[in-house]
Design a protein around this ligand. Structure first.
Ligand code: CA
Length: 227
């Protein structure tokens, strides 16, 4: 397992590296956004720890860039604790966030949880789930297809969509989606579910189809997409 640390404060980056290595993973440090992007493109990383406040290109922009290329889990590290900044990070495609000053042990627990979700936890069940005539989910491959074209999803987007697909008649509250899709490791705000849903809609919907219905005052329901 190889982790990319994008962090401009050397002391913090070194602490992160020391803990990552203690977990038995290897780590590369990038001291600014440009080096971070270069390394990300050159090597294959299993996870990225990304500082939000970077000189030059911001962490949010780096996050969007990474997300446009791959679904590598991204943990955003931010001194900004305002809910809106965290939502902006999740909207940009981050999977998780840790607020500075953070406990390295908590950061490592998040790293483990995010690595775990990309691997073994998906492997149960092998059948193909069909939603209407347009969407197909293959849980074994963590893959989502719309009209036979694979749609790239992040880990949390995939977990939410496949959870909803398992019980297509059900309307899910945000709280239920956190519990049943994202699991006990997840301690984000309920509003972060809205960010994931927004991203899923962006990827799946088109002018003729709308696959997730908002049930006002309650939550969300997966549909066959026909309006
Ligand atoms: Ca910084």
């Amino acid at each position: 397992m190889k982790i990319l640390i994008i962090e401009d404060e050397k002391a913090i980056a070194e602490v992160e590296r020391a803990y990552v290595e203690k977990e038995g993973y290897s780590a590369d440090i990038a001291g600014n956004s440009n080096i971070g992007i270069e390394k990300f493109e050159e090597f294959d990383y299993d996870l990225v720890i990304l500082d939000l406040m970077l000189p030059g290109m911001s962490g949010l922009e780096v996050c969007r860039f990474i997300r446009s290329k791959k679904n590598t889990p991204i943990i955003m590290v931010t001194a900004k604790s305002r809910e809106d900044d965290i939502i902006a990070g999740l909207d940009a495609g981050a999977d998780d966030y840790v607020i500075k000053p953070f406990s390295p042990k908590v950061l490592m627990a998040r790293v483990r949880a995010n690595l775990r979700k990309t691997g073994a936890e998906f492997s149960e069940g092998s059948e193909v789930i069909k939603i209407g005539t347009h969407l197909v989910i293959k849980p074994q491959n963590y893959a989502v297809y719309k009209d036979n074209i694979e749609i790239s999803m992040t880990k949390n987007e995939f977990l939410i969509l496949s959870c909803m697909a398992n019980r297509p008649e059900k309307t899910w509250s945000r709280d239920e989606l956190i519990t049943y899709a994202l699991g006990d490791d997840y301690d984000g705000f309920e509003r972060s579910v809205d960010s994931y849903i927004k991203n899923i809609r962006k990827k799946l919907n088109d002018p003729e189809h709308d696959f997730i219905k908002t049930v006002y005052g309650f939550g969300y329901k997966l549909t066959d997409g026909e309006k």
